[in-house]
Design a protein around this ligand. Structure first.
Ligand code: NAD
Length: 506
């Protein structure tokens, strides 16, 4: 038995690893084995202050960088990320559990935002109106906010921070990132990469921690904005607290995404996509499909096709073994696995039929891993908490509906409005769906409609608190503030004289 103490994962402050002396830590597991592989530091107030002060110093330097110099750093970051992303994927798999190819997928989607950010000069240039009034020009500048806070969830330890920080940094801000304490290492790897790309110290800071660190950011007068992604109750808390403290805030919350299947859809395509979107990343995606609304008479056939496909899924260590990668890895913690199981218990107690049961799955050689098998539930009552609440695991429920309208009404009656998809060959139905569904991101024969970087990501209702979505034009608007300047360079011939009236344009 080894007596070596697991390492402690530290903060990144002033452009370097910054060991904690708070005396507080949380365990970081390898979800595939259940072993504690490290501990992560949980910041105390002194460390929170140090991180924010360093970011403030970094901002003072960064804001003097010309657009051209900033662009050079962001291009260098993009090149390093592109060349070395496999290292990052392996770090994500070791702490999150998702399969390496899926971790690569999240990095690539984050990299898209870095690529968007390389073109930032175009997105932050202001506007100029010559001679808006006689002899008067009006123009606007987009300036950075200063120090901005990002608080991210466990399920995308690289992509979600990358929804925000490339844009924030390109726009001239300094970032303090508070990653999830469940998989904190990806943030440090990204910090190191920024250093190698030439970002000045303090412009990208990683503050490890729990609620104390989050509250430190929410209450700091130096922090100008908060970008949060996580569960809805915490998103609401973040939104209310940050707003009360005068900050700009975007807080993305949970989800319960429905796939509406019309009778004319290609059921093999639907079954493939339902399995991909329901069980990919073990369902720990905010855009995962959780409910299939089958417009009759397709439910029986669709359930048979999905069940067949589930039987062929390979579940195991996301890192793979002997060069073979499984389809699905474990859940993030044993507590989360038990919570997912409890929702299947609830569905069963409420009268649903458990068609494929993932409870109690054990993987040979990984008996202590946090595995949960793909689960398929039929006839779930829409009053069941297993239908109304977010499960965030590999659990797909089928609700049988009689009409398009019944399906649409069900989606619109839910608490969340993150993503949804319709599967059909009827363009008219799809068009009506996109128009009437109360959801922020919609797929038409596309199951996980995460928008490309030059559009923006965000849901409706309890899936997003605040006005600004992530990345795209919303992102650049969020991370800049505008100044409007009205200027008159006097023509020696026209002085204007005294006039106490409100200025009018002529
Ligand atoms: P979470 O809400 O538990 O944690 C998110 C962050 O908030 C973490 O950094 C955590 O340390 C911090 N936090 C947790 N409890 C806190 C508290 N009481 N006070 C202050 N801060 C606190 O979420 P999670 O379990 O890490 O992530 C899963 C959730 O995130 C799911 O609900 C999922 O739908 C959601 N999510 C949403 C999106 C989206 O785009 N809408 C994207 C990814 C994940």
């Amino acid at each position: 038995m080894s007596t070596t103490e697991p390492r402690v994962i530290s903060h990144w402050i002033d452009g370097a690893d910054s060991p904690s002396s708070s005396g507080r830590t949380a365990p970081v597991y390898n979800p595939a084995t259940g072993a504690v592989q490290a501990h992560v530091a949980l910041a105390d107030q002194a460390e929170i202050d140090a991180a924010i002060e360093s970011a403030q110093r970094g901002y003072q330097v960064w804001k003097t960088y010309s657009i051209a110099k900033r662009q050079t750093v962001i291009f260098a970051f993009r090149e390093l990320l592109n060349a070395r992303k496999r290292e990052l994927a392996e770090i994500i798999t070791a702490e999150h559990g998702k399969v390496v190819s899926d971790a690569m997928g999240e990095i690539l989607r984050g990299q898209e935002v870095v690529e968007l950010a390389t073109g930032f000069p175009h997105l932050i240039k202001g506007a100029f109106s010559e001679n808006a009034s006689t002899g008067v020009d009006v123009y606007s500048l987009k300036q950075p906010l200063g120090v901005v806070g990002i608080i991210s969830p466990f399920n995308f330890p690289a992509m979600v921070p990358m929804w925000f920080f490339p844009v924030a940094i390109a726009a001239g801000n300094a970032v303090v990132l508070k990653p999830s304490e469940k998989d904190p290492s990806a943030a440090l790897w990204l910090a190191q990469l920024w250093k190698e790309a030439g970002l000045p110290d303090g412009v990208f800071t990683v503050l490890q921690g729990d609620k104390l660190a989050v509250d430190g950011l929410l209450h700091s007068p130096v922090v100008q904005s908060i970008s949060f992604v996580g569960s809805t109750p915490i998103a609401q808390y973040i939104y209310e607290t940050a707003s009360k403290n005068g900050k700009r805030v975007q807080a993305l919350g949970g989800a319960k995404n429905h796939m509406l299947v019309l009778p004319d859809a290609d059921l093999d395509l639907v079954a493939d996509q339902a399995v991909n979107a329901g069980y990919g990343a073990a369902g720990e995606r905010c855009m995962a499909i959780s409910v299939v609304l089958a417009v009759e008479p397709v439910a029986d056939e669709l359930i048979a096709k999905v069940s067949e496909r589930i039987a062929n899924l390979r579940i195991g260590n996301g890192a793979g073994a002997d060069g073979v990668e499984p389809d699905m890895g474990p859940l993030i913690t044993d507590a989360h696995r038990d919570k997912v199981a409890s929702y299947v218990d609830i569905a069963e107690a409420d009268g649903a039929k458990i068609v494929v049961d993932g409870r109690g799955l054990k993987i040979d050689g990984h008996e202590d891993g946090f595995f949960f098998g793909p689960t398929l539930i039929d006839d779930i009552p829409i009053t069941s908490r297993a239908y109304t609440e977010e499960i965030f695991g590999p659990v797909l429920s089928v609700v049988r509906v009689q009409t398009f309208q019944e399906g649409l009404d069900l989606i619109n009656s839910g608490e969340f409005g993150n993503g949804t998809a319709i599967f059909t060959n009827d363009g008219g139905a799809a068009r009506r769906f996109q128009s009437e569904v109360e959801v922020g991101m919609i797929g038409i024969n596309v199951p996980i409609p995460v928008p490309v970087a030059y559009h923006s990501f965000g849901g409706w209702k309890a899936s997003l608190f605040g006005d600004a979505k992530a990345y795209g034009v919303h992102g650049f608007d969020f991370f800049t503030r505008e100044k409007a300047i009205t200027s008159r360079w006097l023509d020696p011939a026209t002085h204007g004289g005294i006039n106490l009236g409100f200025p009018q344009n002529n």
